[in-house]
Design a protein around this ligand. Structure first.
Ligand SMILES: *[C@@H]1O[C@H](CO)[C@@H](O)[C@H](O)[C@H]1NC(C)=O
Ligand SMILES: *[C@@H]1O[C@H](CO)[C@@H](O)[C@H](O)[C@H]1NC(C)=O
Ligand SMILES: *[C@@H]1O[C@H](CO)[C@@H](O)[C@H](O)[C@H]1NC(C)=O
Ligand SMILES: *[C@@H]1O[C@H](CO)[C@@H](O)[C@H](O)[C@H]1NC(C)=O
Ligand SMILES: *[C@@H]1O[C@H](CO)[C@@H](O)[C@H](O)[C@H]1NC(C)=O
Ligand SMILES: *[C@@H]1O[C@H](CO)[C@@H](O)[C@H](O)[C@H]1NC(C)=O
Ligand SMILES: *[C@@H]1O[C@H](CO)[C@@H](O)[C@H](O)[C@H]1NC(C)=O
Ligand SMILES: *[C@@H]1O[C@H](CO)[C@@H](O)[C@H](O)[C@H]1NC(C)=O
Ligand SMILES: *[C@@H]1O[C@H](CO)[C@@H](O)[C@H](O)[C@H]1NC(C)=O
Ligand SMILES: *[C@@H]1O[C@H](CO)[C@@H](O)[C@H](O)[C@H]1NC(C)=O
Length: 662
């Protein structure tokens, strides 16, 4: 029997943006030397943009020997080694500041509805979503009252004189109003960054206006982005040392103390090391946390396990994607990234601070074609996130760049194609969704790497505990083997922890699967049978019918035998409370208002129709202007009955909110 949850709030909309060239921003710190800082992508059929690269790699061979059957014995009543309590919003996103107007919206009244839907999916499971808007481009950003063309964000090309050719950004308060308006639709909390390129002339505008406009929705202000790379990148003298960073942090603290508009001086985040040229201990050992205890909201680092800079920009060491792929396809991948920080997460606990992975993804310089956009990356991201949770990180933010990166969790279509294409949902978004569901919304979940199958690196497993008892089990199979011979059968037992304790194996468990045919597959991954489709196919909502598997447990052996296909991931719910908590309770219905340019008549992509469950009330605004779209008004209304509509049409705008009863 499948459980149902009362209400899901869904929003559907299509936005029209002005026809213009596609401005491609380089991922932070990863600009090609000698480039102008922008390229114009002739993206008529998307063959050029990395986000849609069709490369498919070969999955690694089946490991040998390989043991596909094993037992997992869990205990009620307390298990040593579990993590600190984790929030369901553990897995968040980091949006490079320069692409905020591509991903989030154009202004406070023009917000990308697919983005809202994607966030609502996570909110439904986790309660909230944490997002950082920043990156290298925050460092030279300047808050201005307005821009000549009215945009909320633009690059000051004439100012592109710094060594990495990161063009300085100018942005207006409208960017912050946009974030605030997003938070009125979905419970998104924001991290921002204070420009740190010149701490003798600090620009505190983002802290002042950020606090004024965002209020409690602003949860942290980064002070310095990867300062251990400042010297290497020519942003500081070659003599720049950890103490110099700490001194600059102190300069910032003093400046904020003297600024009556910065009401909350306890929101800072440091040291944000890339862990490239310095280790975090070099900062801790200088007394940083004690000195600035009252100012530090979080401790953070940023890290990518490898880079693809040679292929992208001709610098650094070449990494062949096919040869590199297996490095992402086992349990050591996440463990190796986390290992250098274990001492720091322990240290953070002694200081009562949360420790964040503030920016990460598969590889810097945009990730790898065929790796970062494959099902393997979804498994990698999920195992890495759970490994960080197990290791007492308190959150992790996966980075989002522009059209020219492979690793985006989600990508909006190039601007001039937004009228006939939808969004592309990458594997890392699935990792985020499933992590939210694995951790749930209780704020009480504790994660333990169970070291199952004698530590086999291709079959990791985690227990998620609440109040001392296991509630969910996360099981991975990194192997690709269509023969079925490598499908796992994992026998789960739950027992008491002490003398006189009873066997506590449930009568049945529910299982949700994250599946694809191969670790190489691109797009169309399924989570409990539902998908966001392939490229350009998503409005941010899961499509298809949810499929939840119920496994009857053997009451004689007290084992629940759960299959995990090769490849695949299974989230096992040990009781119905664990299931309903993660699957979302009643979620808030939010009215959506958004405005679009009126240059286009609203059209509905036929692919939306195919996947929509219904709405009405768009009336004469529906019509077709271009690119094979059909006028869809009547068919949409007729094909999609029975749905409550919360729709608003605001001066040529098109917005539909729907409350769908499952
Ligand atoms: C989008 O803009 C690019 C660059 O100006 C242009 O080459 C391309 O033809 C446009 N595509 C469409 C569908 O208008
Ligand atoms: C993309 O467009 C180019 C130029 O119009 C064309 O030669 C090529 O065949 C197209 N590729 C695809 C996959 O449609
Ligand atoms: C810092 O950034 C601002 C704004 O982009 C720029 O005007 C200034 O010259 C930069 N200062 C240094 C020292 O790089
Ligand atoms: C969005 O922001 C503007 C201010 O820029 C405000 O007037 C408007 O009411 C906001 N809309 C919503 C739905 O919060
Ligand atoms: C762990 O971190 C603390 C605080 O920085 C440091 O004093 C200690 O030496 C570190 N231990 C190891 C093994 O690195
Ligand atoms: C995480 O923190 C808990 C509580 O302090 C501790 O028992 C556990 O060993 C830590 N886990 C790791 C992997 O460091
Ligand atoms: C979880 O923590 C968040 C942030 O502190 C809080 O807003 C939320 O209400 C908490 N949820 C529960 C179920 O306690
Ligand atoms: C995903 O599935 C859709 C619908 O079946 C199909 O059109 C599309 O080509 C598939 N995409 C990929 C990347 O497999
Ligand atoms: C539901 O998922 C299970 C496990 O993957 C699968 O065996 C079954 O065929 C699926 N059912 C449907 C209707 O897709
Ligand atoms: C918001 O952006 C849209 C689309 O670019 C534009 O039509 C609208 O005028 C903008 N609104 C404001 C208040 O600038």
């Amino acid at each position: 029997m499948r459980l149902t949850f009362p209400y899901t709030t869904l929003v559907l909309g299509i936005f029209f943006q002005g026809a213009a060239s596609v401005t491609v921003y380089y991922p932070q710190g990863q600009e090609p030397l000698g480039a102008s800082g922008t390229v114009t992508a002739a993206a008529a059929n998307y063959t050029g943009a990395a986000a849609y690269n069709p490369t498919v790699l070969n999955p690694p061979p089946v490991p040998s020997p390989f043991t596909p059957q094993f037992i997992v014995q869990l205990q009620n009543g307390g298990t040593p080694g579990v993590s600190i309590k984790q929030s369901g919003s553990f897995f968040g996103f980091s949006i490079e500041m320069s692409v905020a107007n591509q991903v989030l919206g154009k202004n406070s009244s023009f917000i990308q509805v697919p983005f809202l839907n994607l966030m609502a999916n996570i909110q439904q499971r986790a309660g909230r979503v944490n997002i950082r808007v920043g990156g290298n481009t925050q460092e030279t950003a300047v808050l201005v009252d307005s821009t000549p063309d009215g945009r909320i964000l633009e690059k000051d090309i004439t100012g592109a004189s710094n060594p990495t050719l990161t063009p300085p950004l100018v942005f207006t308060p409208e960017l912050l109003y946009m974030l605030r308006n997003i938070s009125s639709f979905v419970n998104v909390r924001w991290f921002l960054g204070i420009p740190f390129n010149d701490t003798t002339n600090l620009r505190l505008g983002i802290a002042e206006k950020g606090q004024e406009i965002l209020g409690d929705y602003l949860i942290g202000l980064q002070a310095g982005n990867e300062p251990d790379l400042y010297a290497r990148h020519g942003h500081r003298p070659s003599t720049y040392q950890p103490q110099d960073y700490i001194n600059e942090f102190g300069t910032l603290v003093n400046a904020m103390s003297g600024d009556a508009h910065v009401v909350n001086r306890g929101l800072l985040i440091g040291p944000n090391l890339a862990t490239g040229d310095w280790k975090p201990e070099q900062i801790w050992d200088l007394g940083f946390v004690d000195t600035y205890n009252n100012n530090l909201a979080y401790l953070a680092v940023e890290h990518y396990p490898t880079d693809n800079c040679f292929a992208q920009f001709g610098v650094g060491t070449p990494h062949d994607p096919q040869e590199t792929f297996p490095q992402f396809l086992d349990h050591n991948a996440g463990k190796n990234i986390v290992a250098p920080y274990l001492n720091s997460t322990a240290f953070a606990q002694t200081k009562n601070k949360q420790f964040l992975m503030f920016e990460t993804n598969t590889a810097s310089c945009g990730g790898f074609a065929g790796i970062s956009d494959s099902f393997g990356a979804a498994l990698w991201g999920l195992d890495y996130a759970l490994q960080m949770a197990h290791s007492n990180f308190s959150g992790a933010l996966m980075h989002i760049g522009g059209q020219n990166v492979f690793y985006n969790p989600f990508t909006s279509p190039p601007t001039n194609q937004s009228t006939f294409h939808q969004w592309t949902i990458g594997p890392i978004y699935y990792s985020a969704l499933v992590t939210a569901e694995a951790l749930g919304a209780s704020n009480a979940s504790q994660v333990l790497d169970l070291n199952v199958n004698e530590g086999n690196i291709y079959t990791p497993g985690y227990g998620i505990y609440e109040n001392g008892n296991p509630v969910r089990v996360a099981l991975f199979n990194f192997v690709t083997d269509s023969s079925g011979a490598s499908d796992l059968t994992v026998s789960i037992a739950v027992g008491g922890s002490g003398i006189g304790q009873q066997n506590a194996t449930p009568a049945q468990v529910k299982v949700k699967y994250l599946l694809a045919s191969s670790v190489s597959q691109k797009g169309n991954f399924t989570w409990a049978g539902q998908t966001f489709g392939g490229i350009f196919q998503s409005d941010g909502r899961l499509m298809g019918t949810e499929n939840i598997t119920t496994v009857q447990c053997d009451q004689t052996t007290n084992l629940c035998a759960v299959k995990v296909p090769a490849p695949g991931f299974a989230l096992v719910f040990l009781n119905d409370d664990a299931f309903t908590e993660s699957d979302g309770g009643p979620s808030t219905t939010f009215p959506t208002t958004a405005q679009t340019k009126t240059i286009n008549t609203i059209t509905i992509d036929p692919s939306v129709l195919a996947t929509s469950n219904g709405h009405s009330g768009m009336g004469s605004k529906l019509g077709s202007t271009s690119h094979g779209s059909i006028s869809a008004a009547s068919s949409l209304t007729q094909a999609l009955p029975g749905i409550m509509v919360v729709a608003a049409l605001v001066s040529g705008a098109f917005v539909v909110g729907r409350a769908l009863v499952h």
